[in-house]
Design a binder for this molecule. Sequence first.
Ligand SMILES: [Zn+2]
Length: 277
Amino acid sequence: MPLFYKQSLLKRWWKRISLLLLLLLIPLLASSPKQMTATMVADSENGTKVMVLNYHKIDNTFISLAVRPDDFEAQMKYLSENGYHTISPDELYDSLAGTGELPENPVLITFDDGYVDNYTNAYPILKKYGFKATIFVITSFLGKDKNYMTWDQARELDANGISIESHTVDHKSMTDLTDEQLRMELVESKKKAEKELGHPVEYMAYPTGTYNLHIAEMVKEAGYKAAFTIKYGNVDKASNIYALERVPIFHTEDTNKDFLERIRYTPIFERFGWIKS
Ligand SMILES: [Zn+2]
């Protein structure tokens, strides 16, 4: 085959493929995020999809784990103005168990580790928008290290719509631990938080997101109702209750643009089976 013919054949194919791609993408890109969420809720065979956002620090430190307070405020304002409703882990659990209803466009806002800036910087913003949230705390760090909140601060949050849950005792990567160490991390963090807060603590998040099915089984044995990973995606009835998906929000070169892209496009990725395992 002469070279020029090969090239024109290639060009023709490329034109066809790009046209097809464009036709596929237009209806997706044309709809607004609000419409998109509503469509997804109606479309899902596995019930309402719940977005679980995952933050760490809310301060001006120049690291990816730290979202700036003004960016965090802009993100909460966006959720508030676009009809999102914040929920507690119990509300998520009850809806997955079929014993409770969720509001429209539900979102669970979570923070990992229990940094003191969650109390000083995030809490006033959450309060301003009347938002609920959840903080997974490293129980042995609270009140010991000044970067983390005190139990008094945790109790105040817990009494005001911010659920305090377990992120283990020491934040060790769980896949590196013996069964005995695993049990200690799970049981002792739960006991400590329950003693400090005065009520059952039934949810946990895996430190650094690492887990496997054996660890998930031990989480269940330790008495937790559900556990959160850093596996990317939205939660629905097809999710493993001991390996719930989250959408991490980081500080980037354009934090708020990336935030919008993550919350707009996660349902689309899932629809095409790009992220749900
Ligand atoms: Zn952590």
